[in-house]
Design a protein around this ligand. Structure first.
Ligand code: MN
Length: 272
């Protein structure tokens, strides 16, 4: 028997101190994605809109396979590359988010990432970063050449090592996480994580049972901390359909910091 599972969500975006907003998003079940465009003139805005648009035909689908996501990413990359030649010199975009799907009747999150937008999950009051940035600063952290404190001030911290359309290849990573009725998913562009610590994000994310209020609070906090970049936040709650009492995320374990990643290894890494 397949369990009923639904989503409730909120979205907020702001331009910050930039001249335009090059972030795009799609929040329409089962698709919740954020894209952060890059490139001169309006190229970034166009690129992020293209990749998000490619996902729009998945709206209303009960089941989505990894290949469905890879197909749309590949098509988006081809369209973005066609905007500017040669690749690497022009338009590109990050893409991060979740798509709710089912396997053997059970709900799960397909988590996808290319670049330095992020997906976090909170299931028990703690916050877990699911995706790993594809960025120069992440590589230097991984190799031990930078400490986390040094990374905060690293001048090239905005340089991504993977993107949709900006490189000859697009290399998405994919995770599959069982979806539970206590899950709260955060999808965000780096305009959020560049301004706020994980602890600040955790507190704001879990302050309200209403995902829209949490999304608004997170974007406002990023603006209050400087708002140097476009900031986009999608907050998605999982709900069992029989669960009439909205499952309000809890701050009960407020002593917990961000969870270690544990065994959160991607299930697939495609080269498209
Ligand atoms: Mn950004």
């Amino acid at each position: 028997m397949s369990t009923s599972f639904e989503t409730v969500w909120g979205v907020a975006t702001a331009t910050g101190r930039r001249s335009g907003n090059e972030d795009s998003f799609l929040a329409d079940p089962p698709v919740f994605v954020v894209a952060d465009g890059m490139g001169g003139h309006d190229a970034g805005e166009v690129a992020s809109a293209i990749v998000v648009q490619e996902f729009s035909d998945l709206r209303g689908r009960e089941t989505v396979e990894p290949e469905d996501l890879f197909d749309r990413i590949e098509r988006g990359a081809a369209r973005i590359r066609a905007l500017s030649a040669p690749p690497g010199r022009g338009a590109g975009t990050t893409l991060a988010g979740v798509v709710l799907s089912r396997r053997d009747g059970a709900p799960y999150w397909l988590v996808v990432n290319i670049g330095d937008s992020r997906v976090y999950r909170s299931a028990d009051g703690a916050l877990e970063q699911v995706t790993v940035d594809h960025s120069e600063v992440q590589e230097l952290l991984d190799s031990g050449e930078l400490t986390p404190t040094e990374a905060d001030d690293y001048p090239r911290r905005h340089v991504v090592t993977r993107a949709v359309g900006a490189f000859a290849q697009v290399r998405p990573e994919l995770w599959m996480l069982p979806a539970g009725p206590n899950d709260r998913i955060l999808v965000c562009s780096d305009g959020l994580t560049g301004e706020l610590s994980d602890e600040a994000i955790r507190e704001l994310l879990l302050t309200s049972g209403d995902p829209q209020q949490s999304a608004d609070a997170l974007v406002q906090a990023a603006l209050d901390h400087g708002g140097h970049d476009n900031v986009t936040v999608v907050v998605v709650d999982g709900r069992g359909a029989d669960d009439d009492d909205a499952t309000v995320p809890s701050l009960a374990e407020s002593d917990d910091d961000t969870h270690p990643r544990g065994d959160l290894d991607p299930v697939a890494e495609a080269v498209l």
